[in-house]
Write a protein that binds this ligand. Structure first.
Ligand SMILES: Nc1nc2c(ncn2[C@@H]2O[C@H](COP(=O)(O)OP(=O)(O)OP(=O)(O)O)[C@@H](O)[C@H]2O)c(=O)[nH]1
Ligand SMILES: [Mg+2]
Length: 391
């Protein structure tokens, strides 16, 4: 599957940059392309300069809101982020058309952190614009949710997340939810290292995007997972996970034994990889609530037998009994079996519900404080009514 990726704000821009790195890896290691264009949009000129892979010209690093923000961002006010994205919409949409292999693109992926200002405000607007303009291709969003500490220290974080997600759900064909906090726990020694988190986020998509682009028959599975399968598997709130289990590169007994034990070890490895993928999903969720599921298993061809595929199918079926399930196998990895899982079309997610409830409280609290503030202001005004003004 080939994507045009568009990153908004600092978080979005950096993750889009990382997708381009992933594409270079796909090209050099596998001879295939998975990204047909990558763009970063920001109100902050310094953030745009800090990117590494996206072309440095103005049509790939797109500065918006220049006059209103002076190139210094919108300081967490996502309403302003949304406004400047609307004002500069032509600039963004026209630039996207310049993607070199635009006609080969299967879908758009629009990325931002939902708690900031620029990205959070621009995400629903740009997604809607892209859908209106390029309606024949799906527009998916990747929404990065804030760290726990950000949620607890800053009311605006919750407000931005809630307003962004509410609007986004209406316009995106699917929304990948990626909770920053889940990635911190994965690797304590790299706490707060955003680069590492960005790589982890993006690498989960690698095999899923590559599988359908393979041209050499030895890398085409018995059931190839292509762009059509992926598109059919995505709708509404969506999570993604990836897990792997090492396989010894050379196993002498493989050549001599058709032992039932070695077969069961392979199946076990596949299940172990799937277990990890499920427990490390990009957002905490209840898999039973998913309406659609997709999984892809990749490994050395000799490891991928029918038993393994059947075990994985049973596993997913047991976990998400309501879901329409699609799957594929990808004889690619050499020294591991890995599994990518996408669970989609969730009807209920605690995290989203939590944002909406808390944001409603924040809005009521703000209204109350505004009322008190205005009451006091009026009191002082009344006190000064007999004092002459110099204006
Ligand atoms: N995973 C990840 N999260 C990031 C990154 N940069 C920022 N964030 C998160 O994104 C949110 C802040 O969004 P930013 O992208 O910095 O904000 P912005 O869209 O540039 O908006 P303004 O700076 O307010 O104009 C916070 O929740 C951060 O934790 C990044 O590189 N990777
Ligand atoms: Mg910024």
């Amino acid at each position: 599957m080939k994507l045009v990726v568009v990153g908004l704000g600092q978080c979005g821009g950096r993750i889009a940059d990382e997708f381009l790195r992933l594409n270079r890896m796909a090209r050099s290691k596998r001879g295939i392309e998975i990204v047909t264009g990558a763009f970063a949009v920001n109100t902050d000129a310094a953030d745009l300069s800090g990117l590494q892979h996206i072309s440095p010209d103005y049509q790939h690093r797109i500065l918006i809101g220049g006059r209103r923000t002076g190139g210094h961002g919108v300081g967490k006010i996502n309403e302003l982020g949304a406004e400047v994205a609307k004002e500069d919409s032509d600039k963004i949409v026209d630039a996207i058309r310049t993607a070199k292999r635009f006609f080969e693109t299967d879908a758009f992926l629009i990325i931002a952190g939902v708690a900031g200002g620029t990205g959070s405000g621009a995400l629903p607007i740009v997604t809607q614009m892209i859908r209106d303009r390029y309606g024949d291709k799906p527009a998916y969003a990747l929404a990065v949710l804030p760290f726990g500490h950000e949620e607890h220290t800053e009311e605006r974080t919750i407000y931005n997340a809630a307003t962004c997600l509410k609007s986004l759900y209406k316009v995106a064909d699917a929304v990948f939810l990626v909770d920053n906090q889940r990635y911190v726990r994965k690797d304590f020694s790299l706490k707060n290292n955003l680069d590492r988190i960005n790589s982890l986020i993006v690498e989960q998509f690698y095999n899923m995007l590559c599988a359908g682009e393979e041209k050499r028959s030895k890398h085409v599975g018995a059931k190839m997972l292509d762009a059509g399968d992926i598109i059919q598997s995505l709708a509404g709130w969506t999570t993604i996970g990836y897990g792997k289990a090492q396989v010894p590169v050379f196993r002498w007994f493989h050549f001599f034994s058709k032992d039932f034990r070695s077969k069961s070890i392979e199946t076990h490895r596949g299940i172990q990889a799937m277990d990890e993928a499920i427990s490390e999903l990009s957002l905490k969720c209840n898999p039973a609530d998913a309406g659609r599921a997709l999984y892809l298993v990749s490994g050395p061809p000799r490891e991928m037998n029918m038993d393994l595929l059947k075990e994985l199918a049973d596993y997913i079926r047991g976990m998400s009994p309501q879901a329409v399930i699609r799957n594929g196998d990808y004889p690619r990895e050499k020294s591991m079996i890995d599994v990518t899982v996408v669970l989609s079309e969730f009807n209920a997610l605690d995290k989203i519900r939590g944002y909406f409830e808390r944001a409603t409280d924040v809005i009521h609290g703000l209204k109350e404080r505004r009322g008190e503030f205005e009451g006091k202001l009026k009191e002082v005004d009344d006190l000064a009514k007999d004092i002459p003004s110099l204006l």
